[in-house]
Design a protein around this ligand. Structure first.
Ligand code: 5GP
Ligand code: MN
Length: 338
């Protein structure tokens, strides 16, 4: 965050405000951790702040301090819209384009209060009054830490804020392993531990709370994996019937896509998950190295994200979607061989 932005925010927050904080649809650890971390900070500074998420989020995130007070837009639309429209400042976190906020978009379109964007996705849209966008950042949670520091408040970070931001950084860096993890990320995380983040307990609550159903679904996913050595690519499919048979619950497929990348020489990993309710195949893309899944998802699957992690969707059947995907790979053959 540059000085001018910090000064503009400082001015905005110089008197008590009513603040709504909105992260992206299907909120992940970074969306929830960064939003709640910011919420605790703003409350500590004397503002009235509330997090509104577009839809529900996985159980393994529901221990994060403040989750009980989150408003879920799709469950409580009139209340949630009221909070957004009565807000005197709105923060949008961990997304770059209003359409990523799902059903909340129509409320956000009506907002006349200043909007502050904090986000690390590529190609940010120009909808905010203050845009703090940095695609080199590991996570939006790390950016919230920078934001608090830029406002001169690093010293007031308490255990609640620290636990939230740690959870966001942990999940968005794949436990500090993705290329976006810098020495600065580790310094931030070290400071968060000093300020009360229970690091070992957080890892445990996020990664070691599997259910037998989830592990069985993982078994099914790994069984379905198709490896295409000529393209250094591996993909997984999960049909709605397979999800149903394993009593799928939100969040159960989190991280499955990464297994493809654990194979030697595999640089492009994909998971296709059928969602019968929405009539789509939801797709997650991951890569190692320079192959940009953000560009791939944008060009072919109505999506986007980061260089090494992106998402998208397809309205075709599972078979048609995977055939189309495989047919596309030929034009990327040399890039994927690098
Ligand atoms: P995931 O595969 O974990 O759902 O998402 C990986 C990354 O891609 C995240 O940063 C997420 O925000 C982004 N992403 C996921 N789905 C979509 C999508 O449909 N459109 C866009 N633009 N980004 C997405
Ligand atoms: Mn993120």
């Amino acid at each position: 965050m540059n000085l001018t932005q910090a000064q503009s925010v400082q001015q905005l927050l110089s008197r008590p405000q009513k603040i709504a904080i909105v992260p992206h649809k299907n909120p992940d650890g970074d969306a929830i951790g960064s939003s709640l971390g910011l919420c605790h900070y703003l409350q500590l500074k004397g503002h009235e702040a509330r997090v509104i998420v577009p839809n529900d989020f996985p159980k393994f995130l529901k221990w994060i301090p403040g989750t009980q007070e989150i408003l879920i837009y799709e469950w409580d639309q009139s209340n949630a819209e009221k909070v957004i429209l009565e807000a005197t400042v709105v923060f949008t976190l961990d997304f770059n384009d209003l359409s990523r906020s799902g059903a909340v978009e129509k409320s956000l379109q009506k907002v006349s209060a200043p909007i502050v964007m904090i986000d690390h996705h590529q190609a940010p849209h120009d909808y905010a009054s203050i845009t703090y966008s940095d695609v080199s950042m590991s996570s939006t949670a790390e950016m919230v830490y920078n934001f608090i520091e830029a406002l001169g408040d690093r010293e007031i970070i308490n255990a609640d804020i620290a636990n939230c931001l740690y959870a966001g950084i942990l999940t968005d860096t794949g436990s500090f392993k993705f290329a976006s993890t810098t020495s600065r990320t580790h310094r931030v995380v070290a400071d968060l531990i000093d300020k009360g983040a229970s690091n070992s307990e957080i890892h445990n609550r996020i990664f070691d709370t599997n259910t037998p159903d989830r592990l069985h679904l993982l078994g099914c996913a790994l069984n379905n994996m198709v490896i295409l050595p000529e393209y250094n690519t591996a993909y997984i499919t999960l049909s709605q019937d397979e999800l149903d048979a394993n009593h799928f619950r939100k969040g159960d497929t989190e991280g499955f896509v990464n297994y493809g990348l654990t194979l030697e020489n595999i640089r492009f990993a994909v998971i296709f998950i059928e969602n019968r309710d929405e009539g789509i195949i939801k797709i997650s893309f991951r890569s190692e190295g320079e192959f940009s899944v953000n560009e791939f998802a944008r060009a072919h699957f109505q999506g986007g994200g980061h260089t090494n992690a992106a998402g998208g969707k397809s309205e075709l059947s599972m078979e048609e979607t995977t055939s189309r995907f495989v047919a596309l790979l030929d034009q990327y053959k040399s890039e994927l061989a690098k």
